[in-house]
Ligand binder design. Sequence first.
Ligand SMILES: Nc1ncnc2c1ncn2[C@@H]1O[C@H](COP(=O)(O)OP(=O)(O)OP(=O)(O)O)[C@@H](O)[C@H]1O
Length: 261
Amino acid sequence: MTNTPLAELPAPPTTAPLEPALRARGLTKVHGTGDTAVTALDAVSVDIAAGRFTAVMGPSGSGKSTLMHLLAGLDTPTEGTVTLGDTRLDTLGDSQLTRLRRDRIGFVFQSFNLLPTLTARENIVLPLRLAGQRTDDPWIDEVTDAVGLRDRLDHRPAELSGGQRQRVAIARALATRPDVIFGDEPTGNLDSSSGADVLAFLSRAVRELGQTVVMVTHDPVAAAWADTVLFLADGRLVDRITNPTADQVLDRMKAFGEVTA
Ligand SMILES: Nc1ncnc2c1ncn2[C@@H]1O[C@H](COP(=O)(O)OP(=O)(O)OP(=O)(O)O)[C@@H](O)[C@H]1O
């Protein structure tokens, strides 16, 4: 074997995987005790890639919400660990966890959860105001430009369509540049065209703004926007697809007996 001088070695690939944004190891959640105990999540270990769009799918009751709540620090596991960047969530007290959720995690819910008396712009900067941060950050201009609602920013939620409201909710989740944005069925209340607008915006947040998004969904078309789809069944991580098509996701769901069509 000849010794190759370092300078002649090929450069490492530029597409080397990034450090994961989130690591879960042996995550287990048991509700109740004794005869009534329900194992909602059963020893799930998974890395959530930074700067990527991940969807979580699985039949009803498979543990999707439980996994999301544990990853987001909204609930504590019975066993196992979650690490966000360098921070082990189990080492944090309640107030530290609250601060971590406020500063490092963004949430987007099915029901938008915008404040009705505030304009779209005021809703978007609300997390910064609550954190006592400046709201004239150029990042906010970038986010509000990306939301594509320049002429609607002074409107209140009641004057916006469902898809527009959800885009405002995503912009609000982006305001603090969180490490991870979690979406819980973000297109669940939208028709397919508004849903596509919202998914396109989430996808831009990942591709153009470098954000990390994790989305729970029942919809194979929505999941197909993700870079990776994780499949849960009976509280376990049973499969994953990278660069999925909606048909591939649908086929996988049919295999779980979730889709009969
Ligand atoms: N607080 C709780 N107490 C008891 N059982 C619970 C609790 N929360 C969840 N479970 C059970 O844990 C399992 C996983 O629930 P989870 O809500 O995570 O599933 P899911 O995949 O998100 O379901 P869906 O798609 O219907 O929202 C289910 O059997 C559920 O009934």
